[in-house]
Write a protein that binds this ligand. Structure first.
Ligand code: MV4
Length: 454
């Protein structure tokens, strides 16, 4: 087992990883920018190293500084957390070349899944269902017309280097294809320096369902069920739940086993998530994330498994030690992402937290690194707390969520707390009747109502 792990991240996720390490008897090294000198992840870690000024590119993305911090503190391994260096193939390679263990998948798996064309081809070869469209990259507009004729309109042009919706354009019909083609390529080139695109039939009203996976270094792979992450705005998830209210037991078992079989077949190791679109009873693989995810919490609540502990354990090379049948599912869990943002405009709201009271009680978990008097710096992601609630069933979970949202006090900055209270009171949410477009439609309808009153 590792004796010392360097956590190359900040905020609640750095704390989350620190907690898993401490329970495993591993000592921790925090790294931080000058803006985070007073951060909780720095205070709780056994050691800390300042790695640069506030901009992430000079600190949390500063590879030489992170490697140097690991060297001077004598760390055995580096946990990249989420975002920042977590899906950077070069970083994973360098960590290993410098004699540390990268707590994550192989650099090769990061590469394969980072390129969405390669990712899709790889899982298709293993029999995973994907959205009908191009086989591989589309090289010319002529080719795009031919593919669209086969799949039928509307079609979607997607960036191979994409993810998060950048470089993605819909063509409703043949007349719109040329424009979608050049817009998607232009955006992809600007965002990723790579204008390679591929094409899919556009699904109009899907849900976003993802499968939590864990593989070891010996070809064993299990799944921990699905999460429904359809409640999102501009590709930012807002509410996640497990299990999905849309799936029945048969569908759940089908897609979970298929995803685990696929990940096992490619010898995937570490935690990972396969993302699917789900529409009219069918699953379509879209992407795989080769890291821990923000919403891993809800999976932990329904399985009782500490996924970060498992991630660290498999990174040492030991076999999983259990099989799919050993993983049990109980109850329901929902996570609300509490961002320091205006709940109507979504404009970030950094600044000092003047008062703070977190909810508690049975089935309540708050993953956060903030405290009363803490000053949220303007340089990073606006996620400041995750409210994770669980219950025996979905109804109990929603009632508990309502109770805890009412208890939560975060003063001095704007937060999404009021928005969450509104979302969970909507009949569509209560009925589990929502797609990836639900939140944006709901917000637009609310805006229209407000404007009508004026
Ligand atoms: C799609 C789609 C509809 N049809 N692919 C958005 C970013 C990337 N992760 C994939 N995305 C989508 N791919 C086909 N063929 C709709 C989306 C999409 C989406 C997917 C998941 C979660 C939120 C989304 C919001 C808008 C569009």
């Amino acid at each position: 087992m590792f004796e010392k792990v360097l956590i190359a991240n900040r905020g609640e996720i750095a704390l989350r990883i620190h907690r898993a390490c401490k329970e495993m008897g591993i000592s921790t090294v925090a790294v931080h920018s000058t803006a985070d000198a007073d951060a909780m992840h720095v205070r709780l870690a056994d050691e800390s190293v300042c790695i640069g000024p506030p901009p992430a590119k000079d600190s949390y993305l500063n590879i030489p500084a992170i490697l140097e911090a690991a060297a001077i503190t004598g760390a055995d391994a580096i946990h990249p957390g989420i975002g920042f260096m977590s899906e950077n193939q070069r970083f994973a390679e360098l960590v290993q070349e410098h004699g540390f263990t990268f707590i994550g998948p192989s650099p090769e798996h990061i590469r394969i899944m980072g390129d969405k064309v390669t990712a899709k081809a790889t899982v298709m070869e293993q029999g995973l269902p994907t959205v009908p469209g191009s086989t591989g990259a589309v090289k010319s507009l002529d080719e795009a017309y031919q593919i669209a004729k086969k799949t039928g309109y509307p079609v979607l042009i997607k960036a191979a280097a994409g993810g998060g919706g950048k470089g993605m354009k819909v063509a409703q019909n043949e007349d719109g294809l040329e424009e979608a083609w050049s817009l998607a390529r232009g955006e992809a080139k600007a965002a990723f320096g790579n204008d390679e695109v591929y094409m899919e039939k556009y699904l109009g009203n899907p849900r976003h369902i993802e499968i939590q996976l864990l593989g070891d270094h010996h070809g064993n792979c299990v799944h921990f069920g699905e999460r429904d992450c359809s409640i999102q705005r501009r590709h930012q998830k807002v509410v996640e739940e497990a299990p999905s209210p849309a799936l029945n037991a048969k569908e759940r078992e089908f897609i979970g086993n298929l995803a685990a079989k696929t990940a096992g077949a490619i010898a995937y190791r570490g935690v990972g998530t396969m993302e699917f679109l789900y529409e009219d009873g069918e699953f379509y693989f879209i992407e795989m994330n080769t890291r821990l995810q923000v919403e891993h919490t809800i999976t932990e609540m329904i399985t009782g498994v500490d996924l970060v502990r498992e991630q660290i354990r498999v990174a040492t090379g030991v076999p999983l030690g259990y099989t799919q049948e050993d993983i049990e599912f109980n109850g329901h869990s929902i996570q609300c992402r509490i961002n320091a943002e205006n709940p109507d405009t979504f404009i970030p709201s950094p600044g000092k937290i003047t008062n703070y009271h977190a909810p508690g009680g049975l089935g309540v978990r708050v993953d956060s690194a903030i405290y009363e008097g803490y000053k949220i710096p303007p340089n990073y992601d606006s996620l400041i707390a995750k409210l994770v609630v669980s219950g025996k069933n979905r109804n109990e979970c929603i009632l508990r969520l309502k109770r805890t949202l009412g208890e939560f006090v975060i003063g001095g900055v704007d937060t999404l707390l009021p928005l969450h209270s509104r979302i969970i009171a909507q009949p569509d949410f209560i009925n589990g009747d929502y797609s990836i477009h639900w939140l944006e439609k709901y917000l637009a309808a609310e805006d229209a109502k407000k404007n009508a009153k004026k």
